[in-house]
Design a protein around this ligand. Structure first.
Ligand code: FAD
Length: 318
C-alpha cells in the first residue's frame, strides 16, 4: 500500500474510533466533568447556557452574520426529557424575538423523543414549528445517523404540510442523498446541504472523500436551480468555489441562498464571504450535552485531537 493510502486509511480508522467513542456515556461523564476540557470546548461551543449563546449570536449579527442556535442534546430515552427539550426550544424562539436577534433554530429529533416514538416526537416538533411560525421564524431539523434518515424526512414532510416554518438537512455522503433532495424539493421544502458527520458503512454512504465531494456538487446544483431558498453548509473552499461559480453562471442573486458554517470553524472564511456580499449563517451550539458534538468536530479533523491533547497536557503542567 502506498504511503498516502496508508495515511488515508489510518485517518479513516481514527475517525471511526472517535465517532464510536462519541456514544460512550462514561467517557462523556469523565470529559464533561473535567474543568480543563470544559474550557477548551469553548472553541466550538458558545457556552452551557442560553444567555451565553445569545451573547455569541449578537456578536455574529454585529459582524453581519446570520445565526442558527442549536440547544445541544440527542438520544433522550424518556418522555420527560424530550418534553424538557421541547420547552427549551419554545423558550429559545421567545428569547430570539425578545432580544431581536437575527437567528433561527436547529434541533435534533432524537433530542425530541424520536427514540421514544415517532408520533410523540412529531407532536413536540409540531408545537415548536407552530411557535416558530408565530414568531416569524424557522426550525431546521438536523440530520443524524442513517438509521434515522427515513423517519426524519417523513416526519418533517408531515409537519411541513401543516406548517411550513420547518426545513431539514440532506447529507451528501449518503447514496440516497439525490433521491431525498428531489423528493423534498417536490414538497417545496427548504434544505440544508452538508457532507455528513456520522460513522456510516459503505452500504449506505460513499467511503471516499472525492465521491462525497462530487455528490455534494451535484446536490448543490439541484438546490440552487430549484428556485427555493437553501443553505449550503460547508467549510470546504472547493465546495464554496463551485457554489459561487454555479450561482454566477445562472445569474442567481446572492440573496437567493446562504452559506452556513459552524461556530469556531474557519471564521476567516465566514468573514470573507460576508465581505463578498454573500449571506452567511453561523451555527451556534450551546448547552451541557456537548460531548458528542465535540467528538464529531474532532473526528472531522484529526489535528483537532492533537490540539486538545496538547492543551490538556499544557494546562495540567501549570
Ligand atoms: C451549518 C452546519 C450544519 C451541519 N449540520 C449537520 C447535520 O445536520 N448533520 C450532519 O451529519 N452533519 C452536519 N454538519 C457537519 C457536516 O456534515 C460536516 O461533517 C462538516 O461540515 C465538515 O465538512 P466540510 O463540508 O466542512 O468539509 P471537509 O472536507 O470535512 O472540510 C473542509 C475544510 O474545512 C475545515 N474543517 C472542517 N471541519 C473542521 C473541524 N471540525 N475543525 C476544524 N476545521 C474543520 C478544514 O479546513 C477542512 O480542510 C453541519 C455542518 C455545518 C457547517
Amino acid at each position: 500500500m502506498a504511503l498516502s493510502d496508508r495515511i488515508r486509511e489510518s485517518a479513516r480508522m481514527l475517525r471511526t474510533i472517535l465517532l464510536k467513542l462519541s456514544a460512550s456515556q462514561s467517557l462523556a461523564r469523565w470529559v464533561t466533568s473535567n474543568p480543563r476540557a470544559r474550557r477548551m470546548v469553548r472553541r466550538f461551543v458558545a457556552g452551557e447556557t442560553l444567555d451565553e449563546a445569545i451573547v455569541a449570536a449578537r456578536a455574529c449579527n454585529q459582524a453581519y452574520r446570520l445565526v442558527s442556535l442549536d440547544y445541544l442534546g440527542e438520544h433522550v430515552s424518556t418522555v420527560a426529557d424530550a418534553q424538557r427539550a421541547r420547552d427549551a426550544y419554545l423558550a429559545i424562539f421567545d428569547r430570539i424575538a425578545q432580544e431581536k436577534i437575527d437567528a433561527n433554530v436547529s434541533c435534533k429529533l432524537t433530542h425530541l423523543g424520536l427514540d421514544v416514538s415517532v408520533e410523540f416526537c412529531e407532536g413536540l416538533v409540531y408545537s415548536i414549528v407552530e411557535r416558530a411560525a408565530t414568531r416569524g421564524n424557522f426550525l431546521r431539523v438536523d440530520m443524524e445517523g442513517s438509521v434515522y434518515t427515513q423517519r426524519t424526512i417523513e416526519l418533517v414532510k408531515r409537519v411541513r404540510a401543516r406548517c411550513p416554518a420547518v426545513g431539514v438537512v440532506v447529507q451528501a455522503y449518503l447514496y440516497r442523498g439525490e433521491q431525498d433532495v428531489r423528493d423534498l424539493l417536490a414538497y417545496g421544502c427548504r434544505i440544508r446541504l452538508c457532507k455528513g458527520a456520522y460513522n456510516e458503512p459503505a452500504q449506505v454512504a460513499y467511503p471516499r472523500k472525492r465521491d462525497v465531494d462530487a455528490s455534494y456538487v451535484r446536490l448543490m446544483q439541484l438546490l440552487l436551480a430549484s428556485g427555493i431558498y437553501h443553505g449550503i453548509a460547508t467549510h470546504d473552499p472547493h465546495m464554496i468555489a463551485e457554489t459561487i461559480r454555479f450561482a454566477a453562471a445562472r445569474r442567481l442573486p446572492k440573496d437567493q441562498f446562504e452559506f452556513q458554517m459552524l461556530y469556531g470553524i474557519r471564521t476567516d472564511l465566514q468573514r470573507a464571504l460576508v465581505r463578498d456580499g454573500y449571506r452567511l449563517r453561523t451555527y451556534i451550539p450551546y448547552g451541557q450535552e456537548w460531548f458528542p458534538y465535540l467528538m464529531r468536530r474532532i473526528a472531522e479533523r484529526p489535528a483537532n485531537l492533537a490540539f486538545f491533547i496538547r492543551q490538556l497536557l499544557l494546562l495540567s503542567d501549570r
